[in-house]
Design a protein. Structure first.
Length: 151
């Protein structure tokens, strides 16, 4: 019986050591990641509807151009509306996206989690603090995950 216990313990230790070696490597720090130069496109989709579609260009990880290809919510395209409130919301979202220009994409995206620090305009009860910058963040990260759209 004692020999069986020792063999079992030895096997358990070998398995534990093998599994310990199979762990995931630590994720690289954001500044260590580098993206190819080029144009990127990405989307944020909710309930089967494209709400945000962004396009931006990177040169040495710096955003040199950023724009919305699509920006909508609840079936309303912000870019086609003549409603002053919707136009104000479009302006606020554009300020968030334009904030990225000239900045390192690896660091600047996280700033959009606090849009009130970026957007200062207030329109009809919508302050920069009530915006959802995470949709733009999601679309931009989708673009980075997809890779270069064009060079």
């Amino acid at each position: 019986m004692r020999t069986a216990s020792i063999v079992f313990l030895a096997i358990a230790m070998v398995i534990a050591l093998a599994l310990a070696g199979c762990g995931e490597a630590a994720a690289p720090e954001p500044a260590e990641v580098s993206y190819e130069d080029g144009t990127y496109r990405g989307v944020f989709i909710d309930s089967g509807e494209i709400q945000v579609n962004v396009q931006f260009t990177l040169e040495d990880n710096i955003v040199t151009a950023a724009r919305f290809r699509h920006l909508a919510y609840g079936g309303m395209d912000y870019r086609d509306s003549e409603d002053s409130t919707v136009q104000g919301l479009l302006d606020q979202h554009e300020q968030l996206l334009e904030y990225l220009e000239g900045k390192d994409i690896r660091e600047a995206l996280d700033d959009l989690f606090e849009p009130g620090n970026i957007v200062t305009d207030e329109i009809d009860g919508y302050s920069g603090a009530t915006l959802r910058g995470n949709k733009i963040i999601s679309a931009a990260r989708d673009a980075l995950n997809r890779g270069v759209y064009s060079r």
